[in-house]
Ligand binder design. Structure first.
Ligand SMILES: [Zn+2]
Length: 106
């Protein structure tokens, strides 16, 4: 009986040591990596702005000028920057870590 008791204690200590060693040897889980990607938003706001701009083009001369401005401006509404890992929108390309999924953005 005594032997059994000793074995149990010994095993418990060993497994604890092994666990500690494993924690030391195993590097922290790597953060996911991702990229800032440009996602197109078809039929988004930009599309309608450009459509309006196209219609204005025919109202020479002021409408033509306004139309050109709207079409150029609409380009910016076409796409948005997103994290490739979780598709969460990000503010700019300079951002290093995704605020949503903590992925390292390269
Ligand atoms: Zn993300």
């Amino acid at each position: 009986m005594d032997n059994l008791e000793d074995d149990r204690v010994c095993t418990a200590e060993e497994s604890m040591e092994a666990r500690e060693k494993a924690q030391r040897d195993t590097p922290a889980p790597a953060a996911p990596t991702g990229r800032v990607v440009k996602k197109s938003k078809f039929f988004g706001v930009g599309f309608w702005i450009q459509l309006a701009g196209l219609a204005l083009l025919f109202l020479f001369p002021l409408g033509t000028i306004a139309g050109i401005i709207l079409i150029i401006g609409g380009q910016f509404g076409y796409s948005s920057l997103r994290c490739s890992n979780c598709q969460n929108p990000v503010d700019n390309r300079q951002i290093k870590v995704c605020p949503s999924c903590r992925a390292i953005l390269q």
